[in-house]
Design a protein around this ligand. Structure first.
Ligand SMILES: NC(=O)c1ccc[n+]([C@@H]2O[C@H](COP(=O)([O-])OP(=O)(O)OC[C@H]3O[C@@H](n4cnc5c(N)ncnc54)[C@H](O)[C@@H]3O)[C@@H](O)[C@H]2O)c1
Ligand SMILES: [Zn+2]
Ligand SMILES: [Zn+2]
Length: 402
C-alpha cells in the first residue's frame, strides 16, 4: 500500500509499504477514507521534535472503515465507520480509568514511565505506525476507535480525530468562566478550533498570529486579533483587557514559535543570538536555514508572551507541542503572578460524547477551517505548502485511496 514515510529530517516520501496485520487479539485493521496533515507532523519533519526512525509512516489523524478485528474485539464490528483518535490508551489502567488516556500505563511498549502513545511519531511515542496510509493497525480497538453515524461526514470526522478534541481540551484546561478574556496564541488549525471552543464556553477571545489569512479566519470566528508583526503583543493585550491582562491564556503554537519579523517586537541581534542558543540546546539537529521544513526561530516566544500577558492569578494552558528536551520557561515571572499552569497531550477519547453532539447540532463547525482535500499521492507538495504557510493552506485533508 502507499503511505507517507519519514526518511530523514526534511526528507519525506510516498513509498510502497507492507499492509498492516492484526498483531494482538484486541487489534483492528482500518481502511482509511481520510487522513490529514497536522502541525505536529511539521515538528517531526523540521527536526524540532527528534527521535523519528527512518521508515516510520507519518500521520496521526484518520477516519475509515473497519476491515478486520481480532478475536477479543467485542464492540467494534467489521464495516463500521470510525474516527481514530490520535492518542492510544488501554482503557483499563489507573490513568485511562480517570480519563487520562494520553498517559496510559500500558499502551506505550517502552513502559509505564514512557511518553504518550500515538500514531506516526518518534520511537518514544511507542512506534505505532502512522495514519497517512491506506490502512492502519489500531490497538485496543474497542477503546481507541469511535464509531460514527452517517450524519457525521468524513470532512467533519477527520477534524475530530485530533485537532477538535485537542482544541476543546485546551479550552477545558484553561478553566474558562463566562466573560473571561481568553488569549489564544496561534491561529493555525488547532488555534482556530480553540477559539471556537473558547467562545462556546463563554470566553471573550483575543487571538495572536502574524498571518493575515489566518487572522481573518479568527475574526470570522468572533475573536479580536493581534498581528505580532505590527504591534507589541503585551501592550496590545493590556489595552484590550482594561490593563488586567488575559485571565486565560492558551498556547496553540508550540516549539516552532516565531519571533516578530517586523514592527516593535522584532528582536535585535543579541535577542536572535539567544534564540539560536536556545534552539540548539533543545534540538541541535533541527533545520535552521533550509528553504522548507525550517524550524521556528524562537521556541520560547509564546511562553514568554503568555506569562507576560496573563492576568494575576490567571491560568495558562499549553497544548502547543514541546519536545522533552525543551527546558525554557519563564518560571520566575509565572511564580510571582500566582499563575496556574496546565498542559499536555490531549486525552482525545474523553471528549467524543460532547463533541459529536456539538458537531451534529451545528454548534461547532470544524469544517470551516478545512482548506484543501488532496489525494495522498500529492501529500509531499501539500506538506510543503502547509509548512510554508502559503496563503489559504490552513488544514489539508488527504484521501488515502484516491
Ligand atoms: N497537545 C496536543 O495533544 C496537540 C494535538 C495536536 C496538535 N498540537 C500542537 O498544536 C500546535 C498547533 O498546531 P497547528 O496544526 O495549528 O500548527 P500550525 O503550524 O499550522 O500553526 C501554528 C500557528 O502559530 C503561528 N505562530 C508562530 N509563532 C507565533 C507566535 N510567536 N505567536 C502567535 N502565533 C504564532 C503560526 O503563524 C501558525 O499560524 C502544534 O504545536 C501542534 O503540535 C498539540
Ligand atoms: Zn494532529
Ligand atoms: Zn491505559
Amino acid at each position: 500500500m502507499k503511505a507517507v514515510v519519514f526518511h530523514a529530517i526534511g526528507d519525506i516520501r510516498i513509498d510502497d509499504v507492507p499492509e498492516p496485520v492484526i498483531e494482538q487479539p484486541k487489534d483492528a485493521i482500518v481502511r482509511l477514507t481520510a487522513s490529514a496533515i497536522c502541525g505536529t507532523d511539521l515538528h517531526f519533519v523540521r527536526g524540532t521534535f527528534s527521535g523519528m526512525k527512518k521508515g516510520q509512516i507519518l500521520g496521526h489523524e484518520g477516519v475509515g472503515v473497519v476491515e478486520a478485528v481480532g478475536s477479543e474485539v467485542r464492540d467494534i464490528k467489521v464495516g463500521q465507520r470510525v474516527i481514530i483518535p490520535s492518542t492510544i490508551g488501554c482503557g483499563e489502567c489507573q490513568f485511562c480509568k480517570k480519563g487520562f488516556f494520553a498517559q496510559c500505563d500500558v499502551a506505550n511498549p517502552l513502559g509505564k514511565r514512557a511518553g504518550t502513545a500515538f500514531y506516526g511519531g518518534p520511537e518514544g511515542g511507542g512506534g505505532y505506525k502512522g495514519l497517512q496510509a491506506e490502512k492502519a493497525r489500531c490497538a485496543w480497538a474497542d477503546v481507541n476507535l469511535v464509531p460514527i453515524l452517517d450524519v457525521i461526514s468524513d470532512d467533519q470526522a477527520i477534524l475530530m480525530s485530533d485537532i477538535l478534541p485537542t482544541a476543546w481540551f485546551g479550552a477545558d484546561l484553561a478553566e474558562i468562566e463566562d466573560g473571561d478574556h481568553v488569549l489564544v496564541f496561534g491561529c493555525g488549525p488547532v488555534g482556530l478550533l480553540t477559539i471556537a471552543s473558547a467562545k462556546l464556553m463563554g470566553g471573550r477571545v483575543i487571538a495572536v498570529d502574524r498571518l493575515s489569512d489566518r487572522l481573518a479566519k479568527a475574526r470570522a470566528l468572533g475573536a479580536e486579533t493581534i498581528n505580532f508583526d505590527e504591534v507589541d503583543v503585551p501592550d496590545a493585550v493590556l489595552k484590550l483587557t482594561n490593563a488586567d491582562g488575559a485571565r486565560r491564556v492558551i498556547d496553540a503554537v508550540g516549539v516552532d514559535a516565531q519571533h516578530a519579523h517586523a514592527g516593535p517586537s522584532e528582536p535585535g541581534l543579541l535577542g536572535k543570538a539567544k534564540e539560536l542558543v536556545e534552539q540548539y540546546a533543545i534540538e541541535p539537529a533541527a533545520r535552521k536555514f533550509a528553504s522548507v521544513f525550517q524550524a521556528g526561530d524562537n521556541p520560547s516566544q509564546v511562553l514568554d508572551w503568555a506569562v507576560e500577558c496573563v492576568a494575576k492569578a490567571g491560568t495558562i494552558a499549553i497544548i502547543g507541542v514541546y519536545p522533552p528536551t525543551d527546558r525554557v520557561f519563564p518560571i520566575g515571572m509565572a511564580m510571582n503572578k500566582n499563575v496556574t499552569l496546565r498542559m499536555g497531550n490531549a486525552n482525545h477519547r474523553r471528549y467524543y460524547d460532547v463533541l459529536l453532539d456539538h458537531v451534529a447540532s451545528g454548534r461547532l463547525d470544524p469544517v470551516a477551517i478545512l482548506s484543501q482535500t488532496e489525494p495522498m499521492t500529492g501529500a509531499i507538495d501539500a506538506y510543503k505548502a502547509f509548512d510554508e504557510r502559503q496563503p489559504g493552506w490552513l488544514k489539508v485533508e488527504l484521501e488515502p485511496t484516491s
